[in-house]
Design a protein around this ligand. Sequence first.
Ligand SMILES: [Zn+2]
Length: 208
Amino acid sequence: MPSARVWCRLLGVHPAVVESVELDEAEQVLVARVRLRRRDRHRCGACSRRCPRYDAGRGRRRWRALDLGTVQAFVEADAPRVQCREHGVVVAAVPWARHGAGHTRAFDDTVAWLATQSSRTSVRQLMRVAWPTVGAIITRVRADIDAQVDRLAGLRRIGIDEISYKKNHRYLTVVVDHDTGRLVWAAPGNDKATLAAFFDGRCSVSMS
Ligand SMILES: [Zn+2]
């Protein structure tokens, strides 16, 4: 039986504490019950500022983690709400998932990368998620990247693709770094205006 620290790494919830891991026989999924370390508790989900606790929110909740072998895995923890002086009453942050997400960061990042590398069917079947979920994941990964890094730093060649979701009626335009495969940008839509939003005032483009 792996130690709590090993489970922590396997599930991508470091630096939280894994209290127990069980196979949910009814749903045939692995559930890891996790608690935050004291210093990570009661932080605003939007800005990570430490805030007063507001209430218990909707109680315990689960986040889908990357599969462990053939078994789907979930992280389960309390999801209290806090009162942020800037963002009001919001669900507290957890270190393993983006704010408002139902999946762990590792799961989100894997799906976002796969969506730039493989077919829609491959992503859906391999990750066992619905296509609209893929669109939502790409959108929040992009927002996270936007907030953290200059996505255009070192960018030399890009690849542009469009992916459809919601029964082919909605599209995402996806821009990847052609040299690294890294997701650079994505936005709803698949027309000139969508792509113009990427280029608008950001960089000079040379066609070769
Ligand atoms: Zn806040």
